[in-house]
Design a protein around this ligand. Sequence first.
Ligand code: NAD
Length: 483
Amino acid sequence: MIHGEIHQNVRQYINGRWETSATTGVSANPSDTSEVVAEYARADRRQVESAIRAAADAFSHWSHSTPQRRADVLDRIGTELLARKDELGLLLAREVGKTLPEAVAEAARAGQVFKFFAGEALRGGGENMASLRAGVQVDVTREPVGVAGLITPWNSPLAVPATKIAPALAHGNCVVFKPAELAPACGWTLAEIISRAALPAGVFNLVMGSGREAGQALVDSPLVDALSFTGSARNGERILQAAAARRAKVQLEMGGKNALVVLADADIDHAVDCAVQGAYFSNGQRCTASSRLIVEAAVHDAFVSRLRDRLKALKIGHALERGVDVGPLVDEERLARSLAWVGIAREEGAEHVWGGEPLQRATAGHYMSPALFLATPGHRIAREEIFGPLACVLRAADYDEALALCNDTPSGLSAGICTNSLKHAMHFRRHAEVGMTMVNLPTAGVDFHAPFGGRKGSGYGPREQGRHAAEFYTTVKTGYMLA
Ligand code: NAD
């Protein structure tokens, strides 16, 4: 496999200028660890604080910019992302190991998100109310919040940042964006495109570095008015405590233990498709991955046998190779963690059905065969987020037990059901304790213009995406006037 270009000039973008840092890091290609993808600057606390000050200084001007100005900027960014989707998809596939078609689709989605919010910048409006008092007028308007600190994970390194940066700018906020350490080149490329979109200096800033130093500096700064974080529940919890202590607005998108319920009346082949896509595509490294497959007893054995056949046929390999279904895990640590989960499943007595082995390929990468176990509700693999290619099947006597199992988790992001029963589908949509329900669809895979987010331990604060993003990126003002 031919190595791609090394991104060497991956620097911070602070107050309209590119800056080096005292320390640097590298990102490597998980499909072929001999390939360096980027050498990047790692920001320290002082650099993050200077980015925050720049954003705070730019706010008074940008928050009063016209909707047309903001729409033009966002439209321009979206146009470039869409025009370069193949090249950006290639970079994304090299940096985090998503297959090329998935990676190109993600780059396009990032472009579409900017286009959508270009429209949102123009569509903003308020509410007019009749007052209880004669001669008084009441109106409700939305204003930008201030400086938004945006902290993102590595698994969707273009789409998740776009989902935060675009609405923040559309609604008149200034941004300090901290991408994940494992995907600096994706974060930097997005920032480079934004840097050429005619924004005033300081409105958008990029700081790459560790969560512990660069991320924490954003969380701690009294100048950051709103924190939007996507990542693990453990880090989200810490950020929530810190944000609450200084009354910053906070939005958390965290992990899931999403269930796909398969009822006896479902089209079993379609249900197996939903399970394969939801549980194993992108190696299960998706917050919406269905790592619990809850199957009605009458079709349990048939479902497990067809799913095993599908897993045997999945092609695991280099993310850029044509015809590959699933690429490598993102790094050595995540591969080791997923393999450790296989060991935990075996030790706890879950019945092994298929996979869970490290795989050798022509290039040295973090490959693993998709793992399937039969579990009971008490097993750890049925309770904890794995974020790897391991799913378990839980047997349910009937729909009622399946729904109870689905809700028996501290998480509440996405839940799916495969059924031909309208009654059960409708009941499930109402009673699944999650932010998003899927009927005859995989638990992963959502539209960019509809609200996204979870309940219980999976999320906190207003939803992301679409018109609902305004809840987080604006604050409401009520005006009274005696006419
Ligand atoms: P992570 O929590 O390790 O890191 C996420 C981001 O937070 C990174 O940029 C990291 O540098 C930063 N960070 C870490 N510690 C920090 C701190 N103390 N202060 C501030 N920032 C800090 O998560 P990850 O491993 O990158 O991503 C995987 C997790 O993300 C999974 O749990 C997955 O479910 C979740 N996820 C959720 C969604 C969603 O929308 N619900 C989407 C994608 C991923």
